[in-house]
Design a binder for this molecule. Structure first.
Ligand code: GLU
Length: 459
């Protein structure tokens, strides 16, 4: 039944804050669903709440979606540019007797305890017209049926029934002539031909109201699919206070966009086998609404970290070589970028570690920067040991890993020093830090002259 009409889906964020991981997951599911169906994924900006509108948020949102690689096929459409359409739609419901003008003041509404009391519902239309002409302020409200039930079939949760007596006469058009979310959402999903509404489950209580609106207009109701809540690791809502919560936060922490997309795609969905690390193509191929479950899911940042590492390993060395090139534009030895990239890739957990981890390959360390490692490994004999190594390295003609290793072994044997007490001080003198890729590899990458230069500085 799901694919019974042409698929066309949307992501419809309100630009009021940052793109939260929950919103990103909604965008990802819409994107994957559209791509899997060879259908259109469009972007609609729900900017009708002028009090909460924030221009920066809009720019950040577009940037974050692009960064995630969720390119939309159409839009962005802005609701604030479609006021005329919503006005006409509201008028259509007035004309058919399914909506009414309400003149109740804020003060009056504030005295009501259980929602709106339908005070203006039976006001004759000509009387209402006169009051409007006299300049009275009004809103347009929906005439919600007082009894009966409204049903809809959520694709993940099954049939959901709501007694109509629980539904308010909701406002469709506000005093400022801007539509409410409900009116704009229904009108747009109709005219923009949305086939499936995939959205966070905080909207599930709005859906019966939307269904009533579709019926009042005489429009076909789209399919609904409410996505499970994402919880913080210890339970409760995911929030900035409990750690990173927005796409921008994770970008700043050095996560790869694709790792984040992959991780978020699994919060509520699974491909049906034990695959976890997937390319976008694999996700698209495996995606189906049937495999989304309704249970709340916990956001496990440790798992995201692991997944990021997996995706880093899957990227070609050339990706990191390009990143290095940006970090060290003055380096002339092109081949070095690729060599360093290959050495660092297996050790990277986050892309933004690249700068700190690669520095000594491109710039001579001033002094040992790693106080802890220095205290642990540096001894009175270290300068002497380094002198011996330096002499032995100088003799090498072909400065490769095998010969470098042999040189160290020779010093160990000749002077009866353990490799550890030789290699660690050399590492400190060469790189300034106590950990990194294999020492022979580092030395080979730096080249003989540079190694000798750095070792000689010690004595
Ligand atoms: N503008 C709503 C939001 O920010 C969209 C809800 C919906 O998809 O209908 O989440």
């Amino acid at each position: 039944m799901i694919e019974s009409k042409p698929v066309r889906v949307r992501f419809a964020p309100s630009p009021t804050g940052y793109l939260h991981v929950g919103g990103a997951r909604t965008a990802i599911y819409n994107y994957l669903f559209a791509k899997a169906a060879g259908a259109t994924f469009y972007l609609r900006i729900e900017d009708t709440d002028r009090k909460r509108y924030n221009e920066d948020a809009l720019n950040d949102l577009l940037r974050d979606l692009k960064w995630l690689g969720l390119d939309w096929d159409e839009g962005p459409y802005f609701q604030s540019e479609r006021l005329e359409i919503y006005g006409k739609a509201a008028q259509q419901l007035i004309d058919s007797g399914k909506a009414y003008y309400c003149f109740c003041t804020e003060e009056r509404l504030q005295t009501l305890e259980h929602g709106y009391d339908r005070h203006c519902r039976d006001l004759p239309l000509d009387e209402a017209q006169k009051r409007i002409e006299a300049g009275e302020k009004f809103v347009i409200r929906f005439k919600s049926p007082p009894d009966g039930i409204t049903k809809f079939n959520d694709l993940i949760r099954g049939e959901i029934e709501t007694p109509n007596k629980d539904l308010d006469d909701l406002v469709l058009l506000k005093r400022d002539k801007f539509p409410t979310y409900h009116l704009a959402s229904v009108v747009d999903d109709h005219y923009m031909q949305t086939s499936h509404v995939l959205r966070g489950d905080e909207w599930i209580s709005s859906t019966p109201k939307h269904v009533l609106l579709y019926n009042a207009f005489g429009w076909e109701v789209p399919f609904f699919c409410h996505l499970p809540v994402i919880l913080a690791p210890g339970g409760g809502k995911l929030s900035k206070r409990k750690g990173a919560a927005s796409v921008g936060d994770f970008r700043d922490l050095g996560y790869l966009p694709h790792a984040l997309v992959n991780f978020l795609s699994l919060l509520g969905w699974s491909p049906g086998d034990d695959r976890e690390v997937m390319s976008l193509e694999e996700m698209i191929k495996a995606f189906s609404l049937e495999r989304i479950h309704p249970k709340a899911v916990a956001f496990d940042e440790k798992k995201l970290e692991w997944m990021n590492g997996m995706h880093i390993r899957l990227l070609p060395d050339s990706f990191f070589a390009e990143e290095l090139k940006k970090l060290y534009p003055n380096e002339t030895d092109e081949g070095k970028f690729l060599k360093v990239a290959a050495l660092l890739k297996p050790r990277l957990k986050f892309t933004n570690e690249l700068l700190a981890m690669s520095k000594y390959f491109f710039e001579r360390p001033e002094k040992c920067e790693d106080g802890k490692a220095y205290a642990k490994y540096w001894t009175e004999q270290s300068p002497e040991h380094i002198g011996l190594v330096s002499k032995e390295l100088e003799k090498i003609e072909d400065f490769n890993i095998k010969n470098i290793e042999a040189a160290f072994m020779k010093v160990c044997e000749d002077s009866e020093v353990k490799l550890g007490s030789l290699a660690q001080p050399v590492r400190l003198a060469i790189s300034g830090v106590g950990a990194g890729p294999g020492l022979w590899e580092i030395l080979e990458c730096l080249g003989k002259d540079e190694c000798i230069f750095r070792l000689r500085r010690v004595n």
